[in-house]
Write a protein that binds this ligand. Structure first.
Ligand code: IPE
Ligand code: IPE
Ligand code: MG
Length: 254
């Protein structure tokens, strides 16, 4: 279901891009590596946290736009397992911003009929963060619109290890000796049952995956933009989709 009203002012750049986008061929699932908050702040001689705060505005706009476009799934990489290596003060501020986001945006998320979930080792997050996230998950559980997945304390390798351990446990329990299949493994990932991303966007120009959705991006189209995450707006999302629709996905065939 598309609800394109209000997505573009008549005559604007956004309206021009929207005209080019084929709504019948939208990606079902877009995943985003939201990068460049620190550099955005640095360019303005601001502390890094100002970049993270500004990045929340981009999150709001991308979530709202994706829901209106009628995407099935939007996955946002918000905090990696490796991000704990950052100074404690930055990690603390990131967690506080996350709580603020989950609390403040819940109403918008509800109004957009979005279902919220977290992927990653959420059980290792502070109890206060877990509580707020659980609340957001519970209260949006019955929404029938877009699924919004936030990757938190996420690592693609850790996800594969967790899936493998789950399979091992089940096999021992059931004395199962069959070879493991791709379906079985993908069914034990955090993203079980969710279609793989069609389009992977990375902001800030870095040409790397940084341990994101390693299994699921096997055939995703990759789009890297030099735009820093806090500058990423509806127009940038539309541009990524236009580029995606120009690609020829072959999946190894001809
Ligand atoms: C992305 O921005 C946000 C997180 C990783 C939490 P960065 O904080 O990585 O910003 P840069 O890459 O240093 O500019
Ligand atoms: C990737 O960004 C993780 C998130 C966006 C949450 P990083 O800034 O952590 O990645 P690297 O260190 O540049 O690879
Ligand atoms: Mg970064």
């Amino acid at each position: 279901m598309h609800d394109l009203e209000g997505l573009a002012e008549p005559g604007s750049v956004e309206a021009g891009l929207l005209k080019v986008i084929e709504t019948a061929k939208l990606p079902k699932h877009i995943a985003v590596i939201m990068d460049g908050n620190g550099r955005w702040a640095g360019l303005r001689s601001l502390p890094r946290v100002a970049g993270h705060r500004a990045g929340m505005v981009s999150v709001r706009e991308v979530v709202e736009t994706s829901a209106k476009l009628g995407l099935e799934v939007l996955t946002l990489y918000a905090f990696s397992v490796e991000n704990w290596k950052r100074p404690r003060a930055e990690v603390r501020m990131l967690m506080n911003l996350l709580k603020e986001f989950a609390r403040r945006e819940l109403r918008n998320i509800q109004e957009s009929n979005v279902r919220f979930r977290v992927i990653g080792r959420a059980q290792e997050l502070q109890p206060s963060v877990q509580r707020i996230l659980t609340q957001a998950v519970e209260s949006t559980r019955d929404n029938s619109g877009m699924l919004l997945q936030i990757a938190l304390n996420y690592s693609g390798r850790a996800e594969l290890v967790d899936a493998t351990n789950r399979i091992l446990l089940e096999r021992v329990r059931n004395a199962d000796k069959h070879p493991i299949t791709e379906e079985q493994l993908s069914g034990c990932l955090y993203t079980a049952g969710v279609p793989d991303p069609d389009l992977l966007i990375r902001t800030s120009g870095e040409m790397r995956i940084s341990n994101f959705l390693l299994w699921q991006i096997a055939y995703s189209e990759i789009y890297v933009t030099p735009t820093l995450w806090p500058d990423f707006r509806r127009k940038d999302l539309f541009e990524a989709i236009v580029e995606f629709q120009r690609r020829n996905r072959r999946y190894g065939g001809l």
